[in-house]
Design a protein around this ligand. Structure first.
Ligand SMILES: Cc1ncc(COP(=O)(O)O)c(C=O)c1O
Length: 472
């Protein structure tokens, strides 16, 4: 492809994306395809000869679009948001166009130094301690795995790097039963192992039960185990619960346990001074993850891991073969030592574009509005005699269920309600369990979301619920 063709299709694709953004509300939110549909439509081998861009773009519309779920749709209330934005998309184009691999300072000094400065901006804007330093990873799962690896090595005095550390007593790790599955996965992958992961129950407030945590650590110590890693979750995935960071921090300090904070979703709300209650006690944390790719308009993927003691952290990842030595080694930041991968996309560019193009004030107002819309809808649902608010609102998340008078199997009714809503295509909601009851999660956080969208979604929920009651 020469630059003339590139320019032509570049313009065409930007027009295509802009049209998609303008028309997104006309798409059914969820894909309407069945398993295997695309596989059946695609050739089984790559073409030997070049195809035209026209043919490729036609197949984009014909084959790919019907199989997509529209995460940027204003009425996407499923999971957690993963919002993109035009500045982030433009920065992604530049990132791809430059094709820079920022594995270390020398391979693109600007990529390294922009990442450092943008993460200082973000840290300060979130009200995090000034001794936190950040690094961009692909996902929170990777960030938490890196924290677990560093925790393991610090606890083993870096013996694991030498001989695996198997001769040392088993290490143990802790998180609440509401912690994201990536926490357990990190514990498995870092070698601590499933048998040594303690999933601590939560108390009435949805946070990790501190008495059980203390007793579990004590029991582990009595068995000769070494407590190494603990995760406090701020804004748990299913129901948005918050662990008591301050109290967990005190316990971790007493036992020299690496405390990692998972604020993958809720971390963006720290832009709002009135939400900083959740990080009381953050001084005791060794690391924290938050994902700008969830709620901060920075196209997936962009997860930020903040660490307090960079030396203790990077020691777990540093390896220096001859071919990676540079004149500046040891005097500059080489982000290859801050994680698993050597090669690194230039992700800081999109965060820089987003922070500059919107400014902190507008981002704050967006999150504040999401929290306000969630509170208003939760109150409306709570006031309805046929619906029950089960959880929240916690930031911009709440959970509810339909329970009209005379309903006999409320769980089945809500299963039917959720699947009918999601087949309908007007809005997209996902599920949760609250005290064993089937609940419907409503997570607010889309770009361009208005009170009218919320009202339209609520009307659709009530209509579908009413139809179900009449036909059941
Ligand atoms: C609290 C929490 N932690 C971690 C994750 C995993 O995030 P990622 O997809 O970036 O690995 C999620 C995903 O929703 C989450 O809600």
């Amino acid at each position: 492809m020469d630059s003339e063709e590139f320019r032509r299709y570049g313009h065409e694709i930007v027009d295509w994306i802009a049209r998609y953004m303008d028309e997104i509300e006309h798409y059914p939110i969820r894909a309407r395809t069945s398993p295997g549909d695309l596989l059946k439509a695609l050739p089984t081998a790559a073409p030997e000869t070049p195809e035209s861009m026209d043919a490729i773009l036609a197949d984009m519309d014909r084959l790919i679009m019907p199989g997509l779920t529209h995460w940027q749709h204003p009425m996407f209330f499923a999971y957690f948001p993963s919002i993109s934005s035009p500045p982030a998309v433009l920065a992604e184009m530049l990132t791809a166009g430059l094709g820079v691999n920022g594995m270390m300072w020398e391979t693109s000094p600007a990529a390294t130094e922009l990442e450092t400065r943008v993460l200082e901006w973000l840290r300060d804007a979130l009200g995090l301690p000034s001794d936190f330093e950040g690094v961009i990873q692909d996902t929170a799962s990777t960030s938490t795995l890196c924290a677990a690896l560093a925790a393991r090595e610090r606890t083993l005095n870096y013996r694991g790097l030498e001989d695996g550390g198997a001769a040392i007593a088993p290490l143990t790790a802790y998180g609440s039963i509401e912690a994201h599955s990536s926490v357990e996965k990190a514990v498995l992958l870092c070698g601590i192992g499933r048998a040594h992961y303690r999933a601590i129950p939560t108390g009435a407030d949805g946070g990790l039960d501190l008495a059980v945590l203390k007793a579990t650590i004590k029991a582990d110590l009595e068995l000769g185990h070494i407590p190494a890693f603990c995760v406090a979750t701020l804004g748990a995935t299913a129901l948005g619960g918050f662990d008591d960071l301050k109290a967990i921090g005190a316990i971790c300090r007493d036992h020299n346990i690496w405390l990692h904070v998972d604020a993958a979703w809720a971390g963006s709300a720290l832009l709002l001074p009135e939400q900083r209650w959740m990080i009381a006690g953050i001084e005791a944390a060794d690391s924290m993850v938050m994902n700008p790719h969830k709620w901060l308009r920075t196209t997936v993927d962009c997860s930020v891991l903040f660490v307090r003691d960079v030396g203790a952290y990077t020691r777990a990842f540093t390896i220096l073969p001859e071919y990676l030595k540079t004149a500046e080694t040891g005097q500059v930041t080489d982000y290859r030592d801050w994680g698993i991968a050597l090669g690194r996309r230039f992700r800081s560019l999109k965060l820089w574009f987003v922070l500059r193009r919107y400014g902190l004030h507008e981002l704050r107002e967006m999150i504040r509005e999401h929290i306000r819309l969630a509170a208003a809808m939760a109150a409306t649902i709570d006031a309805h005699p046929d619906f029950e608010l089960l959880i929240g609102p916690r930031l911009a998340l709440f959970a509810f269920r339909y329970c009209p008078a005379g309903a006999t199997d409320t769980d089945a009714l809500n299963e039917a309600l959720l699947s009918t809503i999601n087949r309908d295509g007007t809005l997209y909601l996902t599920r949760a369990k609250v005290d064993g009851k089937m609940a419907i999660r409503w997570s607010v956080g889309q770009n361009n979301l208005t009170a009218q969208h919320m009202d339209k979604a609520w009307t659709r929920v009530q209509d579908i619920a009413g139809d179900l009651s009449r036909t059941s």
